[in-house]
Ligand binder design. Structure first.
Ligand code: EJD
Length: 404
């Protein structure tokens, strides 16, 4: 192929605010409009370029050389703006600084290291489901299961103390709002930010952690010289920031999917080994993490348009995961498709390092539920919770018919 002189096209412009309640609570119409507008769309409201097609989102995620994370993966550009907290050593860093913390955490959260948790988490899930069912057939599956299960499983696995765990979800909600603009959602938590941060930071100290959790493993990596002692508490902070709300809303996505597709629940009950692919398809279909930003390290040509050096790029993971060019009948929750390649965990260098933890939690909860619940259905309209990054939930009212 010969290189023709490229004339930069001007991308389509939109003045939409993707972080308004309207679009946060019901993102699909905006996703479709952005995908159809072009491979890249300039959002004048925030002076950012948006990618909503699978091809461009995937390409940006794997091209860390042109789309950096070190200037922040939210709207705030760390080249010009002070971050709200010391940047994450993993999420908000590029190679080579990114690599040592990543390597340490990858080993700690790899499938072989998680094997000892499988039996424990299955028992936790079975106990929780039994407790919930003992209270009667109608409940809010969001609070009773999707929130309750990760809170019983994950903080113990990290090894934090019993006090103050009620701060975990509010801290995560705040952190994920902070990737967006400083809108009302951010303002609503402003008065708690200091206290929540102080509590989380205190949990990251070696003395605050048990000797057998992920947190202790991180400190042990510092003893081996794989991390510095200054880095260790920040890596623990990454677990506490990224590890709770994400799984809560991913489990919610699964429960919502099955509550609205009863015939698929029957399939899962017949073949519990489908739990893993069901989780992956729910990740594709709902994309609990909806958006992330990168920053252009040079003028980058995206499908003929120039994205200027130093500018922010907004990637719509949820839109890519339903791009009809990539997925057939993308709006269907379909247990027979192959959902691999979805970008719900990101892609490339920064792809979710905790994904095996998330999958294990989902498998434990869905398997326990499938054994005990013959069928379940919504008894009212599920309610979403607005968050600048997460496709989040507030309530999922269900009625279950327990197994005989
Ligand atoms: C995240 C999208 C951190 C951190 C890491 C990852 C996330 C958030 C925070 C999970 C982003 O290192 O603090 S899903």
């Amino acid at each position: 192929m010969t290189e023709a002189p490229v004339r930069a096209a001007t991308p389509p412009v939109s003045d939409v605010d993707p972080f308004s309640d309207e679009h946060l609570l019901n993102p699909e119409p905006l996703h479709q409009a952005l995908r159809e507008a072009g491979p890249v769309v300039y959002l004048s409201h925030y002076d950012v370029h948006a990618l909503a097609r699978y091809e461009q989102v995937h390409a940006a995620l794997v091209d860390w050389q042109h789309f950096e994370s070190g200037s922040g993966v939210g709207l705030a550009n760390f080249r010009h703006e002070e971050p709200w907290r010391p940047p994450s050593l993993l999420l908000e860093a590029d190679p080579p600084r990114h690599d040592a913390p990543r390597h340490v955490l990858r080993n700690i959260l790899a499938p072989p290291a998680l094997r000892r948790l499988q039996a424990a988490w299955s028992a936790v899930a079975e106990e929780l489901v039994d407790e919930v069912l003992a209270h009667g057939p109608e409940f809010n599956a969001f609070t009773a299961l999707a929130e309750a299960f990760p809170l019983r499983a994950f903080p113990d696995a990290v090894g934090i103390g019993p006090e103050g765990r009620e701060n975990l979800l509010p801290y995560g909600n705040m952190a994920f709002n902070a990737f967006g603009p400083r809108n009302d959602l951010v303002a609503a938590d402003a008065d708690r930010a200091g206290d929540l941060s102080a509590w989380v930071n205190a949990q990251c100290a070696r003395e605050a952690l048990t000797e057998d959790g992920f947190g202790a493993d991180i400190w042990a990596a510092a003893d081996r010289g794989d991390l510095t002692y200054e880095q260790a508490p920040l890596v623990v902070r990454s677990l506490l920031t990224a590890g709770v709300d994400t799984t809560v809303h991913a489990l919610s996505a699964c429960l919502y999917a099955f509550a609205t597709h009863p015939e698929k629940w029957q399939r899962l009950r017949e073949r519990p080994e489908l739990a893993r692919v069901a989780f992956e398809e729910a990740m594709r279909w709902q994309s609990p993490v909806q958006t992330f930003f990168r920053t252009a390290t040079t003028d980058v040509n995206v499908a003929g348009s120039v994205v200027p050096e130093g500018s922010k790029i907004l990637m719509f993971l949820g839109a890519a995961n339903r791009d009809p060019v990539r997925w057939s009948e993308p709006d269907r929750f379909d247990l027979t498709r192959d959902p691999s390649g979805h970008v719900g965990f990101g892609m490339g260098l920064h792809q979710c390092v905790g994904q095996h933890v998330a999958r294990l939690e989902a498998e434990a909860l869905l398997t326990a539920l499938a054994r005990r619940v013959e069928s379940f259905e919504l008894t009212g309209t599920p309610r979403r919770h607005a968050n600048n990054t997460l496709r989040a939930w507030e309530s999922l009212p269900v009625r279950v018919r327990p197994s005989a």
